[in-house]
Design a protein around this ligand. Structure first.
Ligand SMILES: [Zn+2]
Length: 487
């Protein structure tokens, strides 16, 4: 085979990205963190701490592996970052399946949002307000400064401290498993954001919110609602209030600032509503979800009819009521076509594809996806389904091409690697199959399993170029494991 390099742009880039953030890469450049005069991390070190922490978060059960929800958060987040002090900074937004109301930011621009918060936000402006506040914590390097001020002798231990802080903040009952060192937990109390941090994040967050054309009044409204809820819960405060200490002073301060600003009624985007609909549906059994959305669309109409019908079609599919799903989808698409804001929505198109597949006419479904991915080439959820269908229909070559293109954009997407494993297996490409499996494991934080797969890839044999990439991946993975100091 010629031009092997061209054949694996995605995979080669992928591990390189992961590994260049490994502890070994900077072990010689770290400042002595015991020295209080050096309490600032370089942007690269912040990013590395964030990356290391993400490996642990991705490995946890709470990581919500839903590309549509994570892509939505990314989209909203980047709209806000454009109006921040560091518009060029790389961020990654992701959702955690956790009904505690919380959001948090790690050094290097990794921002997590709990499903509980997504469901509690009454408007997109409220969600944007929370994200702006978190973005401000990142651009002001608050957590990075706290971590840099602690005792720590390497990147891995700093990442452990970061994770420990977050775990303790997010779920005090379940910290045991997540906290890597007892020392880190003992520190936890002194590691909270200070009032000064909070004030700064509020002030800067508000500026971001305003510049991004959201309703700034949403920030005090959201905080006020949380505070009122706290009183009712009697001491059982929403996590968000514990991690971002809130006082009446703080709310009053924000209220003062927004008072002079106009109250803007900004309509929620359809994506915001569809994401919430998905989360609401996920909390219910299929029959309950059908009843819920039917009710919302019935005489007691409430909510956005397009979002409610989107929920209904999804629930019908889950309940295997295909005929009714087809009928409701037809109504949904007609409704969406007549509304400029909903006309070209990739989430509705992805759902339509799932209904098409349930109709069990592969040729029609393949034709549907061919045109859908042309309209929405960046919508990962749609690509996953299309690739799965391609593989079911023995079209591994087309699948491999699509996956490579997606992986250059999303080198840490383990679902793409898992699909790649299936595609290579069908093609009988054993080395590539194990290599893709290795990347999937590595990005899930399972480095030992990744190492094993790379060994298998090496044994499978291949071209000189292929074997040398496997060798270099192996080398870096071993160094990474050494740096972690585990057996
Ligand atoms: Zn905060």
């Amino acid at each position: 085979m010629k031009n092997m390099k061209g054949a694996y742009p995605g995979t080669v880039l992928a591990l390189a990205l992961l590994l260049c953030f490994s502890p070994c890469a900077v072990s010689d450049g770290l400042p002595d963190l015991g020295d209080v005069s050096q309490t600032v991390l370089t942007p690269l070190q912040e990013r590395q701490i964030g990356q290391q922490s993400m490996l642990q978060i991705r490995a946890s059960k709470q990581f919500l592996d839903d590309a549509e929800i994570n892509d939505y958060l990314d989209q909203l987040g980047y709209k806000l970052i454009e109006n921040s002090a560091e518009p060029g900074l790389g961020f990654e937004f992701f959702a955690l399946n956790d009904y505690n109301i919380n959001a948090f930011a790690m050094p290097g621009g990794f921002v997590g949002v709990n499903t509980g918060l997504l469901l509690t936000a009454q408007s997109e402006s409220e969600l944007a307000a929370v994200l702006s506040h978190e973005i401000a914590h990142v651009t002001q390097h608050h957590l990075a400064r706290i971590i840099a001020g602690q005792q720590g002798d390497g990147l891995a231990s700093m990442a452990a401290i970061a994770i420990a802080i977050l775990a303790a903040r997010t779920n005090p009952q379940a910290t045991e498993a997540a906290i890597a060192s007892v020392q880190a937990r003992a520190m936890q109390k002194q590691l909270d954001y200070t009032r000064l941090h909070e004030q700064e994040a509020d002030r800067i967050g508000l500026e971001i919110l305003q510049k991004s054309n959201f309703n700034t009044h949403a920030m005090p409204e959201f905080l006020g609602r949380l505070q009122r809820a706290t009183r009712l819960l009697e001491g059982n405060a929403p996590t968000y209030l514990r991690t971002h200490p809130i006082t009446s002073d703080r709310i009053a301060d924000i209220e003062n600032r927004v008072q002079k600003q106009p109250y803007r009624l900004i309509p929620d985007s359809l994506d915001f509503q569809l994401v919430r609909t998905k989360l609401i549906a996920a909390q219910k059994t299929a029959p309950d979800a059908i009843a819920y959305f039917s009710d919302a669309l019935g005489t007691q109409q409430h909510g956005n009819p397009i979002a409610q019908r989107y929920g209904l079609v999804g629930a019908l599919l889950r309940n295997n009521e295909i005929e009714r799903a087809i009928r409701e989808l037809a109504i949904l698409r007609k409704l969406a076509r007549s509304d400029p804001m909903s006309r070209n929505n990739p989430m509705i198109e992805t759902l339509a594809g799932k209904v098409k597949r349930a109709e069990k006419s592969p040729a029609a479904a393949l034709a549907f996806y061919r045109s859908a991915v042309q309209n929405f080439p960046q919508h990962r959820a749609l690509i996953y389904d299309y690739v799965d269908l391609l593989l079911q229909n023995d079209q591994a070559e087309t699948a491999v091409k699509l996956l490579a293109a997606q992986l250059t954009r999303h080198p840490s997407d383990t679902t793409l690697y898992d699909l790649q494993v299936r595609a290579y297996a069908m093609q009988g490409k054993v080395l590539e199959q194990h290599q893709a499996q290795a990347y999937s494991y590595a990005w899930q934080g399972n480095l030992y399993a990744a190492l094993e797969q790379l060994e298998l890839a090496k044994q499978a044999g291949g071209s000189f170029y292929q074997l040398s990439t496997v060798e270099s991946d192996l080398r870096e993975l071993r160094e990474m494991l050494d740096a972690r100091g585990k057996p």
